[in-house]
Write a protein that binds this ligand. Structure first.
Ligand SMILES: *Cc1c(COP(=O)(O)O)cnc(C)c1O
Length: 304
């Protein structure tokens, strides 16, 4: 049985009124690991388990690491998550809470990732946070669910970090015969590696990440995401951290669900730039979720 849940699809009255079109929300924030990532990572971990792997390794201190930890507990396979010293106490606690081994190593993700790769042997599956076709196939199930529910939509709004979510949604659209539906791909200013790549006409690597939306903090998007931006109707939108945090707080009031700024980025198109949606009739926003922000942290970000 799949490790992800079928999530609710809600029509948002407050966001529909703001955007001047019907806004539908795919509530991935309600997944057991707190984000959409369990769809693809759960599928990957189940496959590795069937193929005889006896340990999972991740180098993500965010929602990907959390999804691997959750999958490990559910499949009774030990998981080890390597994170850098910058990983928040909150994220560390969430990973440990799933029973995973947590190894803190290095000043940045690069160092933690190198250490993680050293720990991989023949019996270990290394789970990449976004750049793996197995993940995209798993993420695509969220579109299958919306289509099976009979919901119509003429645009999908989603956040982009490394581009795994976008690759999965594009795959879901394609396998449901909806490859003409545009994707509005949202990033925050300090993490806009897709926007920079589109502008440069090649896949560029950002010198660093300066956004608080750390779950969008891939310095370079995966090849597949860049390819999609060229071959597929993708509209790139860059919002500010302030927009993203404001949307998280607005969403908490409107829909009583707490999400990270990484998800607030996509929601902020409806909250702060509704004119970008008014050309559509029925949009689908992927409420990708994220478990590592707290209410207190959101309020602190808003003040700073
Ligand atoms: C991982 C993540 C993203 C970005 O997904 P990518 O596949 O890296 O583009 C966005 N929001 C949340 C909450 C995430 O955990």
């Amino acid at each position: 049985m799949a490790l992800h849940h079928e999530t609710p699809l809600l029509e948002s009255r407050p966001l529909s009124l703001k955007a001047g079109c019907v806004v539908q929300l795919k509530m991935e924030a309600l997944q057991p690991s707190g984000s959409f990532k369990i769809r693809g990572i759960g599928a990957a971990c189940e496959r590795h388990a069937r193929n005889g792997k006896r340990r999972f390794v991740s180098s993500s201190g965010g929602n990907a690491g959390l999804a691997v930890a959750y999958a490990g507990r559910r499949l009774a396979i030990p998981a080890t998550v390597f994170v850098p010293e910058t990983t928040t106490e909150r994220a560390r606690a969430l990973i440990r809470q799933e029973g995973a081994e947590l190894v803190v190593h290095g000043a940045s993700w690069q160092e933690a990732n190198e250490r993680a790769l050293e720990a991989v042997d023949a019996e270990t599956a290394f789970i990449h946070p976004f750049d793996d076709p197995i993940l995209w196939e798993g993420h695509a199930t969220m579109i299958d669910e919306v289509v099976t529910a009979g919901a119509a939509f003429d645009a999908v709004v989603l956040s982009v970090g490394g581009g795994g979510l976008m690759a999965g949604v594009a795959e879901g659209l394609a396998r449901n015969g909806m490859q003409d539906v545009p994707i509005v791909a949202v990033e925050t200013g300090g993490a806009a590696s897709l926007a920079a790549s589109i502008k440069a006409g090649r896949r560029v690597e950002l010198p660093g990440i300066t956004s608080i939306a750390t779950s969008l903090g891939a310095r370079r998007v995966c090849e597949r995401a860049f390819e999609l931006a060229r071959s597929y109707p993708v509209e790139s939108v860059v919002v500010s951290d302030r927009d993203a945090v404001g949307a998280c707080i607005g969403f908490l009031d409107d829909h009583r669900v707490l999400v990270e700024p990484a998800c607030g980025a996509a929601l902020s198109v409806a909250y702060a730039y509704p004119e970008r949606l008014s050309k559509y009739e029925r949009v689908l926003i992927i409420v990708c979720g994220g478990a590592t922000a707290t209410v207190r942290q959101l309020l602190e970000w808003r003040e700073s």
